[in-house]
Ligand binder design. Structure first.
Ligand code: PLP
Length: 432
């Protein structure tokens, strides 16, 4: 008799974690489970959902597209849904970012950006300019290249030999300032390490990759805008490309459409995914400037960018993205974002007073608190206890170790968001 084929769930240890919850349907911010629970998804299902689960407008757009064209190879072909998406995105992007390359998810959007940056220089007979600099606490995905530019963590530990070397420099983690200063009086001295690196090695460095203003998986670390502005200025000065990984921050998460907009910074390459389809279908997009693309526009076939995934530019995903962007046009999405930001700010200022809370952080729709812990980090013993506590109260929150964060779909109501915070306060009072 053959054994059943078991699903191997990501980030799940079958020896320690409870069996997965069976979700039968979802609507708005709620996940409805087979055993009758109604769980409030306060993390937008790994940060992808914007307009609520099973949003009828996006669902209808996908169904309509499926009846017309589900998918076609994008090498040598194009289709209306992809062209429409390029036009719609253009409206929100800095005019300099005028080339769009499709891929499948956040990790591949990052892989594409890294490879484009390296080939950009190699096509210009500057192949020695191929190294990448990245930030401490950074996270850019789980594929080998994206892991290489992410910081060391339990996620990457077993794969040391698979990661190519990358330079790692300080990030603006003000709560644990890498240069021992205070934000109130500092002058972003944490950026000096990058400055020294670029001064010494810019002949060898192709690109600097950052998560603009918010390092997500590293602990919801919010950077001052001046840090990103300094990074931009340093890249320009040293002829190094700046890659902004907006996979998490894109599509309103930080209060503007893109985090770079908040800092008034235009990167050379930008990576998008997660919220791009409103959380319905996987899709990655890498954008770049004319200058980056020009090195690929060549009479030499070897200068072609030979990178492509089977489902690149999938028509259903494009239709979902178009519908999501139409919702931004038609509905008061940025008002909802502002309301979420206001409630985060109110509730976090109360939580800050609790002795268990080391620091609270917020940017737009992302609210976070770093709890005091002897074993700070992703594997903190607090994490499974808190996760379970929240789930028993029918709230889905997945702390990043000792960092609890709330990152809801934009359709969450004020009452629902207050309920999430009430459960967090209860956890502080009874569990820690
Ligand atoms: N970049 C950032 C900033 C992310 O937060 C993530 C995922 O969390 C990724 C890249 C990888 O995206 P994906 O999980 O879609 O491959």
């Amino acid at each position: 008799m053959s054994l059943p084929l078991r699903i191997w769930h990501p980030f799940t240890n079958s020896a320690m974690d409870l069996p997965p919850l069976q979700v039968e349907k979802a609507e708005g911010v709620y996940l409805h489970t087979r055993d009758g629970r109604k769980i409030l998804d306060a993390i937008s299902s790994w940060w992808v959902n914007l307009h609520g689960h099973a949003n009828p407008r996006i669902a209808a757009a996908i169904a309509e597209q499926a009846r017309k064209l589900e998918h076609v190879i994008l090498a040598g072909f194009t289709h209306d849904a992809a062209e429409e998406l390029a036009e719609r995105l253009k409206k929100w992007l800095a005019p300099e970012l005028n080339h769009l390359f499709f891929s499948d998810d956040g990790s591949t959007a990052v892989e594409v950006a890294l490879k484009m940056a390296v080939q950009h220089f190699s096509n210009q007979q500057r192949a020695e300019k191929r190294e990448i600099a990245a930030l401490e606490h950074g996270y850019h995905g789980d594929t080998a290249g994206a892991m290489s530019v992410s910081d060391d963590s339990p996620f990457t530990e077993p794969f040391r030999s698979m990661r190519y070397p990358a330079h790692r420099v300080h990030s603006a983690y003000c709560y644990r300032c890498p240069v021992g200063l205070k934000r109130e009086t500092c002058h972003i001295e944490c950026a000096e390490q990058l400055e020294s690196l670029l001064t010494e090695r810019s002949e060898k460095i192709a690109a600097v990759i950052v998560e603009p203003l918010l390092q997500g998986a590293g602990g919801m670390i919010v950077h001052p805008a001046e840090f990103l502005q300094r990074v931009r200025a340093l890249c320009t000065k040293h002829d190094v490309l700046l890659i902004a990984d907006e996979v998490l921050t894109g599509f309103g998460r930080t209060g503007k459409m893109f985090a770079c907009d908040l800092a008034g910074v235009v990167p050379d390459l930008m990576c998008l995914s997660k919220g791009i389809t409103g959380g319905f279908l996987p899709m990655g997009v890498t954008l770049c400037t004319d200058r980056v693309q020009a090195a690929f526009h060549s009479e030499n076939r070897r200068h072609t960018f030979y990178h492509g995934h089977s489902y690149t530019g999938n028509a259903l995903a494009c239709a979902a993205a178009n519908a999501s962007l139409q919702i931004f046009d038609d509905e008061p999405v940025f008002d909802c974002i502002a309301t979420i930001a206001r409630i985060h700010s109110e509730r976090l200022s109360q939580l800050r007073e609790l002795h268990q809370v080391g620091e609270t952080r917020q940017i737009g729709t992302v609210g976070a608190m770093e709890l005091r812990a002897e074993d700070a980090g992703y594997l903190s013993a607090m994490r499974p206890k808190l996760y379970q506590f929240f789930l028993e109260r029918e709230v889905l929150l997945r702390p990043l170790g000792n960092v609890v964060y709330v990152l809801p779909p934009y359709v969450i109501t004020p009452d629902e968001l207050h309920r999430v915070y009430d459960v967090i306060v209860e956890a502080m009072q009874t569990l820690l």
